[in-house]
Design a protein around this ligand. Structure first.
Ligand SMILES: Cc1cc2nc3c(=O)[nH]c(=O)nc-3n(C[C@H](O)[C@H](O)[C@H](O)COP(=O)(O)OP(=O)(O)OC[C@H]3O[C@@H](n4cnc5c(N)ncnc54)[C@H](O)[C@@H]3O)c2cc1C
Length: 309
């Protein structure tokens, strides 16, 4: 019998499983799909607390995650980069944003209308196509086991371990009866990288973002609440391309190399990371990270390990 079964192999389940293993637990991770078929693999995966308001727990998790990725980028972990980032605001806000203490050095610069200010900072980014397999490999090398398995009920895992981590993303809503879980649809377009290195995020509605990776650039986005449609919409693709090219004209002529849709596992009330007694054992919930799963991942993994052990 394992000490802990982590159900879910996205960024939240993977980081939690690795932290638990590092703390000496015998850990098995159950996932019905490989890393490439998770929502996490669709993410632009740039550090930024999208859609979240101040909460001391979120700030702590975001700060711990920033620091973990910063160290990993420094150590040359595959897929992890630091990117200079320009946040273009339109809402006339003044003063430090709530997340600034987590983000290293944040500079505030003047900018012409329609924007009201520019925030500049260095943000970690994880190229998930490389990073998630690296995480799985590292977990397995540390003695963790990955099993291809879907559950219909979390009790199936509780029958095989005293502690179960519920990191099932959007599926958590039905698996533990949480009506606050819902999808926020995101469509992105990928273009070949013509040589841009700075991330740009425009606080338009919907927010427009340009996130350069090693080979391609992630262009977005959409934030469609309660929309379950996973098929890319051509009109949305055109609109994203138009907005992003207006923002970063150097992208003109860059060939489109991909298009993806992901359903962000959002939760009214914010992410749920807490332990709950169930008949047969303890369930540690770790779901509902919405548009910020990468941003909160390592901080949440520490919290999950603390709750589980
Ligand atoms: C377009 C887009 C852009 C994004 N950009 C960013 C960004 O820049 N920065 C950022 O921080 N976040 C970003 N996100 C959000 C981020 O992708 C999510 O917050 C994150 O992926 C959530 O991770 P997760 O592990 O909870 O969920 P998932 O990646 O969905 O993983 C859930 C896991 O649970 C498994 N599972 C589900 N049901 C069952 C079951 N019944 N039995 C067993 N296993 C099950 C799944 O197979 C999967 O392995 C973006 C999302 C999208 C869609």
């Amino acid at each position: 019998m394992a000490d802990v079964i982590v159900v879910g192999g996205g960024i939240i389940g993977m980081t939690a499983a690795l932290r638990l293993r590092e703390r000496g637990a015998d850990v098995v991770l159950w996932t019905p799909v490989g890393p490439a078929d998770t929502v996490s693999a669709v993410a632009a995966a740039v550090w930024y607390p999208t859609g979240l308001a101040f909460d001391p727990r979120l700030l702590a998790w975001a700060g711990a995650t920033y620091e973990s990725f910063r160290r990993q980028a420094h150590d040359g972990v595959p897929g992890v980069l630091m990117r200079e980032t320009r946040n273009l605001e339109r809402d006339g806000a003044t003063g430090e944003p709530w997340w600034a203490p987590a983000a290293g050095r944040v500079r505030c610069l003047p900018i012409a209308a329609p924007w009201t200010r520019e925030l500049r900072f260095a943000a970690p980014m994880a190229e998930m196509g490389v990073y998630l397999p690296w995480l799985r490999d590292r977990f397995e090398r540390a003695g963790g086991r990955v099993v291809r398995r879907r559950v219909d009920r979390l009790e199936e895992a509780l029958a095989e371990a005293p502690v179960v981590v519920n990191a099932t993303g959007l599926a958590a809503g039905s698996l533990c009866g949480d009506p606050e879980v819902h999808p926020v649809r995101g469509q992105i377009v990928l273009v070949a990288n013509p040589g841009v290195f700075v991330s740009v995020r425009d606080q338009s509605d919907p927010a427009t973002y340009v996130h350069p990776r090693t080979r391609d650039v992630v262009l977005g986005g959409t934030f469609q609440v309660d929309d379950w449609n996973t098929t890319p919409d051509p009109a949305t693709r055109h609109a994203i391309l138009e907005r992003c090219l207006a923002l970063v004209p150097e992208l003109a002529g860059a060939p489109v190399v991909g298009e993806k849709v992901g359903l962000r596992p959002a939760r009214r009330g914010g992410p749920r990371v807490e332990a709950e007694k169930w008949p047969g054992g303890t369930v540690v919930h770790a779901y509902g990270h919405g548009g910020a799963g990468m941003t909160l991942s390592w901080g949440c993994a520490d919290e999950v390990a603390r709750l589980a052990l």
